[in-house]
Design a protein. Sequence first.
Length: 294
Amino acid sequence: MKRHLPPLSALRAFEAAARLGRMTAAAEELSVTPGAISRQVRHLEELLGVPLFEGAKNKPQLTQAGASLLPALTSALDQMEAAVSKVSGAEARTLDVSCFSTFTVKWLIPRLYGFNAQNPGIDIRLSAADDELGADIERYDLVITVEGRDAPKSATSLPLFVERLGPVMAPALAAAAPVREPADLARLPLLRTLTRPDAWQMWCASRGANFAVPDGPAFEHYYFTLEAAVAGLGVAIAPWHLVMDDLRAGRLVAPLGFDESAYQYVAKRRGDADPRLDIFCGWLAQQAREMPVP
């Protein structure tokens, strides 16, 4: 059966312009000039016999015909892209990885240079997920997140390491107000992280500490909390894997050590076969095994 379709270049030009809302943005995405996009769209309109855009040239609006065409065209192009990526093999594939922003900065990025050196053909694109549940697994090849240590095991879930929590503070603050037991913390400002509001209570329960945790300064992300601790603004309750480099460098001290929490870090991957994803997951597992323990 012969297909009766407009040129793919015209369809791509219209889809990009309609999805992005501007001819210049479509031109940038497709690496052509804005004039080329306009010509392709006009050609498509002539072939279809209906206008697809209306209004000002700098910010055109979709007509009813254009709005009707866009969703199906975007879906078709997405399917084509996915099919081409699948049959072209892993050689040209970028892996989309999502994890917590502070985890990315403090743990993953410092190690990625080693992965890139060993696997120059595998590109890793990082995205940040800042809620407790992490990111939507359907949108990414791999999501690094936390879950309870008693969570059901899954063939697509790779356990990395158990979280360990402990109080950390600047050396100058520790010298001025020594902390030798949990009760000593009650007279110091205790820094909190909004994404982990129960971290202090969790740690106190693990230590059997019965002092009331006072409300202290709260920060949106662990990264900000840790920087506040380094600056001497108070004591942070922090996971070992986020502060071990700061402890080695002498920017922080951990007077009471670290205790295992109820959480573990896991990497959740797509279920389909992908040699590049296998390589990256194997590397992650190795990094987790080689990570020092407190």
